[in-house]
Design a protein around this ligand. Structure first.
Ligand code: ZN
Length: 133
């Protein structure tokens, strides 16, 4: 599986996450497996240094814009300020096996994951190749 992203969007995400001690999050907008733009969202988690929760206001606005003919919401990104660019156990517990894209940033590392169905209704993350152009 391959996910396309422009280098401009990639740099935009990197710039938002760098030197930020709390987890940074936002939505990935585009079509299919192509990221065309991002929509930064506030992290409204009670402990944003360890978890992330997308601001529902941003989420609702993005879905409304998509229905009105805008870019589709194809997933989201978040950072692991002191972790690795892979889904944490908390991420797995919160994820739905809906095929959405999870982009995780840890330092200079950025990796894309697809949240698909695993055994017993659980989520199985499959890594996708990030194709920056
Ligand atoms: Zn995470």
């Amino acid at each position: 599986m391959k996910v396309e992203i422009t280098s401009a969007v990639l740099e935009q995400i990197r710039a938002l996450c760098v030197a930020e001690s709390n987890e940074v999050c936002g939505l990935l907008l585009g079509a299919g497996r192509r990221i065309d733009a991002i929509l930064p969202a506030a992290n409204v988690a009670s402990d944003p240094s360890r978890h992330f929760e997308l601001d529902p206001v941003t989420l609702i606005a993005a879905h409304r814009a998509a229905r009105a003919g805008g870019l589709a919401v194809i997933g989201h990104y978040h950072s692991h300020p002191s972790g690795v660019a892979a889904p944490s156990p908390t991420d797995a517990a919160c994820a739905a096996p809906d095929g959405t894209l999870w982009l995780i940033v840890a330092g200079d590392d950025m990796r894309a994951w697809i949240a698909g169905p695993g055994a017993d209704g659980a989520v199985r993350f499959t890594e996708a190749m990030l194709d920056a152009r």
